[in-house]
Design a protein around this ligand. Structure first.
Ligand code: GLN
Length: 454
């Protein structure tokens, strides 16, 4: 904890932490010390963590990197952080992210973007998003591990861009209670760590049934660390042909081939598979996620939480809502609210939202069929490229940014577990990663396959 606190101050240039809690960290570390000396040390005891700003932490600013939550200090602790802290973990502070987790570069944060500790010729690179602060902090040793959340790739893509491990568990494995909602049918929290073993240990501490989240699954949590045997002999790995997108770079194609060879050398059987509805995933995601977001974000009205605009004479409640939301939400969040409201409106509901839901069911069916045919895990690239330069994608066309999520959103739409593992480097020496997609509730198997790739 002491080493991380020093590193955090030295690493201020990365803008990874938006709120540091050193006093709390020292108190928690001392309490962990007592437990360790008493021989009562759970797995996470004394481990210093950074917490994504999307998690509500009791008495500590929790703003989802949005101006609209300015001054919000929750009265309660999220289930995930409660579980981590009761297992002895120490909180170092809150980590930067895209506003309300909407983005792939951390550039929509009200705190300004976090910066990737990896660089090429002094060019500043994005750590990815939305869990960009988490990724930067873990990669730069400003914490031992961090929490992330993933609605369409926000754990896996930043993990890939910074050379760390990130797992999005099966939908329902980890409680969403106390995590600021973006798109509730897609959101899952997960660990971002330096190794697969760390991911296994931390995921176990985060998982489990929570009666406060009606979508949380009442299933036992396996010993994920014990699953890391490295033995994948006879396992069937699916290589989906639809992920071989037009224009895939030679580097990514080679990385994917190398990863496939590693799994084959370890005794797995490699099988070509088809997931025919893949190409509709991105458009379906960018209808469903904004639709749910527009509904979830309706609660930020200037009355219940955080920021309220200054009102002029004659301003009524409507002006209060309008001014507060216009000032409080950034551009990307406003764009999503508008898209979401549009696709849910009476005249367009069937044409957009219902159609996207049908596409989602077909995408899930593709995966179900692959797993029913005996496939144990699916291997794909995690991202279409290595980390890009800050400002490079935040151009006039938001679609360019959305394309970053092409390999990751299918997993959220189908509710499956997915893990990003650093496997190689591009020609400039930047980290590249592969993604493994697992069967529902098979995080144990998924972690073990990732362990072989690591
Ligand atoms: N980049 C995607 C988006 O902007 C995914 C974000 C996430 O997973 N939270 O919606």
């Amino acid at each position: 904890t002491m080493a991380c606190l020093t590193a955090m101050d030295a690493g201020d240039g990365l803008n990874a932490y938006v709120h540091k809690t050193p006093d709390m960290a020292l108190e928690m570390a001392q309490a962990a010390d007592v437990r360790i000396k008493a021989g009562d040390a759970p797995a996470m005891c004394g481990i210093p963590l950074g917490i994504k700003d999307l998690f509500c932490t009791k008495g500590v600013a929790s703003q989802a990197a949005s101006r609209i939550l300015e001054g919000f200090k929750p009265e309660y602790e999220s289930t995930v952080t409660t579980q981590l802290f009761s297992s002895g973990a120490v909180m170092l502070g809150k980590l930067n992210m895209d506003e309300f987790a909407m983005g792939s570069s951390n550039e929509t944060s009200c705190y300004g973007n976090a910066i990737n500790p990896w660089k090429v010729d002094d060019r500043k690179l994005t750590p990815g998003g939305s869990s960009g602060g988490s990724a930067a902090a873990v990669a730069a040793d400003l914490c031992l591990a961090a929490t992330g959340t993933d609605t369409g790739g926000s754990i896996r893509q930043p993990a890939a861009f910074t050379g760390i491990v990130g797992i999005k568990p099966t939908y329902g494995r980890v409680s969403r209670w106390g995590v600021v909602a973006f798109a509730s049918s897609l959101d899952q929290a997960g660990p971002m760590t330096k190794s697969v073993r760390d991911a296994a240990i931390m995921l176990e501490a985060m998982s489990g049934h929570d009666p406060k989240d009606s979508t949380s699954a009442d299933l036992p949590v396996p010993d994920f660390e014990a699953a890391l045997t490295g033995d994948i002999r006879g396992k069937k790995i699916g290589i989906p042909r639809e992920y071989r997108m037009d224009g895939m770079s030679a580097e990514i194609a080679k990385l994917w081939a190398d990863g496939t060879a590693m799994l084959k050398d370890a005794g797995a059987e490699i099988v070509d598979i088809s997931l025919p509805h893949t190409k509709y995933a991105l458009p379906a995601y960018y209808v469903i996620a904004p639709a749910e977001a527009s509904s979830n974000l309706a609660r930020y009205d200037g009355v219940r939480y955080g920021h309220r605009a200054k009102l002029g004479p004659g301003d009524g409640i409507t002006e209060m809502y309008e001014k507060t939301r216009a000032e409080g939400f950034g551009h990307e969040v406003q764009r999503r609210i508008m898209i979401g409201t549009y696709v849910l409106s009476a005249g367009f509901y069937d044409a957009y939202y219902n159609r996207a839901r049908r596409v989602r069911a077909l995408i899930k069916q593709d995966f179900d069929q692959a797993f029913a045919s005996g496939i144990d895990a699916i291997l794909t690239p995690a991202t279409p490229s290595a980390a890009f330069g800050l400002g490079e994608m935040a151009s006039a066309d938001p679609i360019e940014m959305y394309l970053n999520d092409v390999f990751t959103v299918t997993v959220n739409l189908a509710g499956l577990p997915g893990i990003s593992v650093p496997v190689g480097q591009d020609t400039k020496g930047l980290p590249l990663a592969l993604q493994l997609i697992g069967k529902p509730w098979d995080e144990a198997g998924l972690l073990n396959h990732a362990y072989v790739l690591e």
